[in-house]
Design a protein around this ligand. Structure first.
Ligand code: G3H
Ligand code: 13P
Ligand code: NA
Ligand code: ZN
Length: 323
């Protein structure tokens, strides 16, 4: 069956790697994630956002995720699989997911005043732990859109708050803000420098803040949201086939590789999957305008996704081989 994040995170911290947390909204994305993680023998967190719940229906997503355990077995490896609610916005949303078989939830109270965040998170933890469901909380605000709540600016996590937050709430992991953000435009051109090819080079993540947090919470699981790398290969593919993405920039892989070796043991990636799918589908529409069988473009999009996830597991997060 599905597992919670407890053992997975303990092993990842010890082993110096991070577990991939990939978002899914449909069958092809889910298949690509599971195929990639089975082939690389990687544990995985399948995450469902508020947007995904609205788009695909919670019951269908849950049953798909349950089927995934058998699907992985059929593909040849019983990898540990977590079904996680991404950016839970209220106690009720978290409760609904827990009651519907999710093995992990996030309660995102990061935009509330500190004491309200503590109280809300505590309430979710008390409910979740009765069912052995693990809970992710968040301190600090990422720039970009977090499920309808958007912030133009980054508020870094304050290391002086983390110990108090974790002890008062009882959370199993903590999402922090050290310069990542959601979406495919993580930094404005003004925040970046440009290399010789005109490619935007973003400012580095605040590893100094991460280190301070690790000192305050030794061995405690840390989560990074907004960790897509925005592969320029797919940005280019989209733009060469009728798309109009401008100044898209993500987190360089080298920095995610470094973060994976630390207490960071869950890395959230959604936008890169969107880019790989959209790029592939645009290319096929452009190259084969007479094609009208959805399998002929969703199939290759699924292949592109799988290839990208395998690369992340093997070359970036280091989760490959740890199932
Ligand atoms: O937190 C952001 C995730 O990428 C989910 O986005 O709510 O549009 O599905 P979404
Ligand atoms: P990206 O937009 O960088 O993929 O972040 C996804 C995320 O944090 C989902 O919670
Ligand atoms: Na790690
Ligand atoms: Zn997020």
């Amino acid at each position: 069956g599905l597992v919670n994040t407890r053992d997975m995170f303990a092993k990842a911290i010890k082993g110096g790697y991070a577990i991939p947390a990939y978002n899914f909204n449909n069958m092809e994305q889910m298949q690509a994630i599971v195929q990639a993680c089975v082939e690389t023998k990687s544990p995985v967190i399948l995450q469902v956002s508020r947007g995904a719940r609205d788009y695909a229906n919670i019951n269908l997503l849950r049953n798909m995720a349950r089927g995934v355990v058998e699907y992985a077995h059929e593909l040849g490896c019983d990898i540990p699989i977590v079904l996680h609610l991404d950016h839970g916005d209220s106690f009720e949303t978290c409760k609904d997911c827990i009651d519907n078989g999710f093995s992990s939830v996030m309660i995102d109270g990061s935009h509330f005043p500190y004491d309200e965040n503590v109280a809300l998170t505590r309430k979710v933890v008390e409910y979740a732990h009765q069912f052995d469901v693990t809970v992710e909380g968040e301190l600090g605000v990422l720039a970009g859109i977090e499920d309808e709540v958007s912030s133009a600016v980054t508020h870094y996590t304050r290391p002086e708050e983390v110990e108090d937050f974790v002890s008062k709430t009882g959370v199993d992991s903590l999402a922090i803000s050290i310069g990542t953000s959601h979406g495919a435009n993580k930094f404005t051109p003004a925040q970046c420098t440009r290399n010789a090819d005109g490619i935007l080079i973003p400012p580095p993540l605040r590893f100094d803040i991460l280190k301070e947090i690790e000192v305050k919470l030794p061995g405690f699981p840390i989560v990074l949201h907004g960790s897509s790398s925005v592969p320029q290969e797919y940005v280019k593919m989209i733009n060469e086939h009728g798309g109009a993405l401008k100044d898209s920039v993500g987190i360089p892989e080298e920095q995610l590789r470094e973060a994976s070796k630390s207490a960071v043991c869950k890395i959230n990636i959604d936008s890169d999957g969107r880019l790989a799918m959209t790029g592939t589908i645009r290319r096929i529409f452009d190259e084969k305008p007479a094609e009208f069988d959805p399998r002929k473009y969703l199939g290759p999009a699924r292949e592109a996704l799988k290839k990208m996830y395998m690369h992340k597991n093997i070359d970036v997060l280091g989760s490959a081989g740890h199932a």
